[in-house]
Design a binder for this molecule. Structure first.
Ligand SMILES: [Zn+2]
Length: 690
């Protein structure tokens, strides 16, 4: 909920892993020496010994688990990541349930009052059902009264500046990538509802099914607010028509991976000249933006098309579209018929079989809305300071390892190497949780007003974002909340960030041997570090500025190698006949390959890395690679996989395992992979980048 950080950071490891949550998180006690592991951190029961590691490493490492598990009906995938997320969600739910019992009597505005009362309001279904769609009636009536194009534009700006809808375009305040100590206003493409432009423009069977479900969803919501069935169905076609035209004008996700293409600075008056029906000098103050002479525009051509569409489409159609923006933004917060209609649609997209329980959704909502209040309670109860100490050492070891690897690259000149090392040494590292908790000053939460709470949260977040303009950049901000099972690299701050939530098994365990921890959280750290040098990240320099620091010959050599990796991943078939998009996933795949190499180099400096002592039948090197495969263990519904392939820069877990290891010499040696094995690549065909 904290502004729009998401647009500007390259989030890490997102999908499909597996944590055996029945294991104790802390198996050992702190003492003089680490006790011998008592749990099997690499459990042969989760493997499939009938598969040769060189034929399909993912199946060999995870086949037993894959056979013995199914995806819970309320989930769209299940595995290491999702199981740990589920664990953290249950912990959060426990906290908010507990706090909500006494929050009504706490001082107004206190942490307990706001966390507890927000949760209490979200599960107050008696009030929510009684209100039906009353909370949005005034919005719908306001739109009914519009009778001109000016009125349409005003409503678009109103919905945006009150954070109650996102019609036509996207908008936010962010660091200027070419002047990172300043915040700037940024405009981007938008205005559509389906997860990607392809969903409007393609017409294969899977896409058609989703288009039909989407139109039914629009029809259902209009019907629920009193529109006749005929008119509601007509509205669905009107909206699909407008959104299809916007989709046509949008850049593809692959094209947008080039940060220079999406960096277009305009004087406000020049931007207005490109959009005759949108006068930005008048619009900016209505967005609460004052004193800005220039704006950044991600996709200038999109704005020209959107402006032309504005003029050529009847006002009545825009009113329908604006109502839809209110409806889709509110459906999940209204009475059960609205919530059910929303789930019916989203389940066609994702394959999810039953709705997540309201209690769980409500606890997640508190994490999204008041994450740095709830986060304080979470880390107090669940974060082990020992994990942070271990992480600091691990990050230092990996930084050294990546530095050595850069020094030793055979394809890069000394000049570019020196700049790469400067960037590596400048990384900021954040572990666990923020050093400066957000106070949410001025945000009121009322126990009996769920919808009002949501509106106040949206409003507060919008104002918080706008108020950054003209102020120094706050580098203590976090883009993820403490219980999050994830990590990220943020190029404009040149920082790597690891929330408390991921510092648990199977990523990290105090009692585990180094092979398991380096193969787990070590590869995640290496992944985030490598993002600083992937196809996007490499274009930002040591202080986060979007500025080319590469000698041309080095950049050319990097691009040749990156293309090889893109081609490798484009060969993977994920579902039906859908291939992984090697260009969309290039940054993540580069980070995965760099991550495993850097972590392995660091691991080989440890005592265990230099020994041959087996644990549970596996050598140290085998345990390192098996731990890596274990974090990507998971099952996924085909609908969710199809959506991931179209929208997500991360490859499915199977390919995140097999894709990197075939390029790592040590993996061949550890598992005696030979010519004739299905995954075997000749040494000269292995891709070597970072
Ligand atoms: Zn990543």
């Amino acid at each position: 909920m904290k502004s729009n950080l998401g647009n500007w950071m390259l989030a890490a490891a997102v999908l499909c892993l597996s944590a055996n949550t029945s294991w104790a998180i802390d198996g050992g006690k702190p003492g003089k020496a680490k006790p011998a592991p008592v749990k099997k951190f690499i459990d042969p029961a989760n493997m499939d010994p009938s598969v040769k590691p060189g034929d399909d490493f993912f199946e060999y490492a995870n086949g037993g688990w894959l056979k013995n598990n199914t995806i819970p009906a309320k989930e769209t995938s299940w595995g290491s990541f999702l199981m740990l997320r589920d664990n953290n969600k249950r912990q959060i739910l426990g906290i908010v349930e507990n706090v909500s019992k006494t929050s009504a009597s706490q001082p107004k505005g206190s942490l307990q009052q706001r966390v507890g009362d927000l949760y209490a309001s979200a599960i107050d279904t008696v009030t929510i059902e009684r209100l039906g769609y009353n909370p949005i009636k005034a919005d719908l009536q306001r739109i009914d009264a519009i009778n001109s194009l000016d009125g349409v534009v005003n409503e678009m700006v109103y919905e945006r500046s009150n954070a109650i809808g996102s019609p036509l375009f996207s908008f936010g305040v962010r660091q200027d990538p070419k002047n990172v100590s300043k915040y700037v206003v940024g405009f981007g493409q938008g205005g559509t509802s389906l997860p990607d432009r392809d969903y409007y423009l393609n017409n294969d069977a899977r896409t058609q099914r989703i288009q039909t479900a989407y139109k039914q969803y629009v029809t259902d919501l209009f019907t629920l607010t009193g529109t006749s069935a005929d008119v509601a169905a007509k509205n669905a076609n009107t909206i699909f028509g407008i959104e299809s035209k916007l989709a046509q004008a949008q850049m593809s996700r692959v094209a947008m991976r080039d940060p220079n293409k999406t960096y277009n600075k305009f004087a406000v008056s020049d931007f207005s000249k490109t959009t005759p029906h949108l006068n930005w000098a008048q619009i900016l103050p209505k967005l609460k933006v004052n004193g800005q002479d220039t704006v950044l525009v991600g996709q200038p051509d999109f704005y020209k098309s959107a402006d032309a569409l504005l003029a050529s489409t009847p006002v009545e159609d825009w009113k329908t579209y604006l109502k839809w923006n209110i409806l889709k933004g509110s459906a999940g917060s209204l009475s059960s018929p609205f919530v059910k209609a929303q789930f019916k649609y989203s389940s066609v997209l994702s394959g999810q079989q039953v709705q997540t329980p309201r209690t769980e959704r409500s606890a997640q909502l508190v994490d999204g809305a008041l994450g740095e209040l709830l986060g304080q309670l979470y880390v107090e109860q669940y974060f082990k300071p020992a994990a942070k100490t271990y992480m600091e050492g691990l990050v230092a070891n990996l930084r050294t390892a990546l530095g050595e690897r850069i020094q030793n690259l055979d394809w890069m000149t000394a000049e570019t190497k020196a700049r790469a090392l400067k960037k590596l040494n400048a990384f900021t590292v954040k572990i666990g949780y923020t050093t400066k908790w957000e106070t949410y000053n001025g945000l009121d939460i009322a126990r009996n007003d769920y919808f009002g709470n949501l509106r106040r949260v949206s409003n507060w977040s919008y104002n918080e974002m706008i108020n950054r303009l003209g102020k120094p950049v706050d580098k203590t901000e976090w883009g993820m909340t403490p219980p999050t099972v994830n990590a990220y690299y943020n190029p404009v701050n040149n920082e790597i960030v690891f929330p408390a939530g991921i510092l648990q098994f199977p990523f990290y365990d105090f009692a585990a041997d180094d092979a398991v921890n380096y193969g787990g959280i070590g590869t995640v750290i290496g992944h985030e570090m490598t993002h600083g040098f992937d196809d996007q990240g490499r274009q930002y320099d040591a202080d986060g500025t979007l500025r080319d620091w590469w000698k041309a010959e080095d950049a050319d050599k990097f691009k040749v190698r990156a293309t090889q990796l893109a081609n490798e991943y484009s060969g993977f078939v994920a579902v039906d006949t859908m291939h992984v998009n090697g260009r969309l996933t290039l940054g993540e795949n580069l980070a995965d390959l760099g991550g495993i190499n850097v972590a392995y180099t660091a691991f080989k400096k440890t005592k265990q890395g230099q020994s041959n002592t087996k644990i549970d039948g596996f050598t140290p090197d085998q345990r390192f690679f098996l731990s890596f495969a274990q974090i990507w263990r998971g099952l996924q519904r085909p609908e969710a996989t199809a959506q991931q392939i179209k929208t997500d820069p991360h490859s499915p877990g199977r390919f995140r395992t097999n894709g990197p290891v075939v390029n790592v010499d040590a993996w061949y040696k550890a598992f005696d992979v030979k010519p004739g094995d299905k995954m075997y690549l000749k040494p000269e065909d292995r891709i070597r980048i970072w």
